[in-house]
Unconditional design. Structure first.
Length: 432
């Protein structure tokens, strides 16, 4: 059995497979995160441009648009997927470096509404898509990103396709065609980070995955072994052959290894921010003369070479010096810290001059090391091995409720999310 066939068989078996309660609960946690970051982004220009551009498709379907109204499932997936990634505050699966929920819930909910699916089926579809997306991308996240690809645009589309297959109840031949049609639409470049195009990658991944499943349902035939370990898919993404796909083994639930963001910025800045927060537990900002921060090579590549003087709020989310300066001020790096007014704050901009960034092969995705020179001559070393929100230092439901209340503050909606997945028609009453 080929790698591709194993994935298709897994999806097919998940139509009726019992999913553990712990996994279902994590799926609900992902929904809480997805919904709060999406609803918290309703003023974001990227989402509003996509929404306005698709206006001719509005009121032509049953799927809710979080910015208002309804549309066909494809349009809703595109709009809501973009919206969910606008704040760059959404969850991330580290091994695949993919913002999995942003496209996946957008596609799953949109199609679920179109089909009148139950909450139980939508949650099952989401979890299946999550497992497929992260298994295909497992271990490839950092290297794919280093090559200039945005993993969310690639693996998010594959996961969205897998979820749609569950809701459509496709046979295994159709599943293979759907997954392959999703994979061949691989898209999104890291050069677009800090612009409207980055959240658009998530919306397009939802659209691409859903379109792929719709095509397969209607007889579309695509490549039959897209996920061969040394095949064309991975060779196109990693042309120097420095990485291969991992043979899939669905022997554990990858959703339990998902990570959630406590800060409204790129995940790669979080370890450094945590070192500052740790430093401020035993000294003050007024005592600091200079700071040198060691981060992983990927964090350096994506966020560490910026000036500390972002020209836009989106750029600020990917500027490590700016984010560190916010933390020095005692900020929790909320949405408000990445506004047009906030990035002009002179106190923040002056603090960025205290910070220098170095890359270190010792530092991974979740770690950072801080060397602080204090004005009294003392030197302090602060290390963070696992930043807040990652497996090993996870966010719980209480943490998530604080994040949710900051962005949404809707008690009825919060209660409905915690009960999501019951066997009943899916109405989305709480999303409006």
């Amino acid at each position: 059995m080929t790698n591709t066939q194993k994935i298709a068989e897994y999806i097919y078996q998940n139509y009726s497979k019992k999913i553990p309660d712990e996994v279902l609960d994590y799926g609900r946690l992902c929904l809480a995160d997805w919904l709060c970051v999406a609803k918290g982004a309703i003023a974001e220009n990227a989402a509003r441009v996509v929404y306005a551009t698709t206006k001719e498709n509005h009121n032509r379907g049953k799927s809710t648009l979080l910015l208002g109204g309804v549309a066909d499932a494809l349009t809703a997936a595109l709009c809501n997927g973009t919206l969910a990634h606008c704040l760059d505050f959404d969850d991330t699966h580290i091994k695949s470096n993919t913002h999995t929920s942003a496209p996946l819930f957008a596609a799953t909910i949109a199609l679920g509404q179109e089909l009148g699916s139950s909450e139980e089926d939508i949650l099952r579809a989401f979890i299946t898509g999550f497992e497929v997306s992260t298994r295909v991308g497992y271990g490839l996240g950092e290297i794919i990103t280093e090559k200039g690809w945005h993993c969310t645009g690639i693996f998010g589309a594959i996961g969205s396709s897998a979820a749609a297959c569950v809701l459509y109840q496709l046979d295994q031949a159709q599943i293979i065609n759907a997954l392959s049609a999703a994979a061949t639409q691989a898209s999104g470049f890291t050069i677009s980070f800090g612009t409207m195009a980055k959240p658009f990658h998530a919306g397009k991944a939802a659209f691409n995955g859903l379109m792929a499943a719709k095509l397969a349902k209607n007889g579309f035939v695509a490549q039959q072994d897209m996920f061969a370990l040394e095949g064309g898919f991975i060779r196109a993404l990693v042309q120097d052959k420095s990485a291969s796909l991992t043979a899939v083994h669905f022997d554990q639930w990858e959703i339990l290894n998902n990570s959630f963001k406590p800060y409204a910025a790129c995940h790669l800045v979080h370890p450094a921010v945590d070192t500052i927060k740790k430093l401020l537990t035993f000294t003050t900002i007024n005592d600091v003369q200079s700071l040198e921060i060691e981060v992983g090579e990927l964090a350096m590549q994506v966020t560490g070479k910026k000036s500390g003087k972002p020209k836009s709020p989106l750029e600020g989310k990917f500027d490590l010096k700016y984010c560190v300066a916010l933390a020095l001020k005692g900020s929790d790096l909320t949405v408000e810290d990445f506004s047009d007014q906030a990035i002009l704050n002179q106190e923040t901009l002056q603090l960025t001059d205290l910070v220098s960034i170095q890359s270190s092969r010792e530092m991974g995705y979740t770690s950072a090391r801080l060397h602080a020179q204090l004005k009294d001559g003392q030197k302090k070393l602060v290390e963070v091995a696992i930043s807040k929100g990652h497996p090993g230092n996870p966010i719980n439901w209480n943490d998530m409720q604080m994040k949710f209340n900051h962005l949404v503050n809707n008690e009825l909606l919060w209660i409905s999310i915690k009960k999501f997945g019951e066997q009943k028609p899916f109405t989305l009453f709480a999303l409006n």
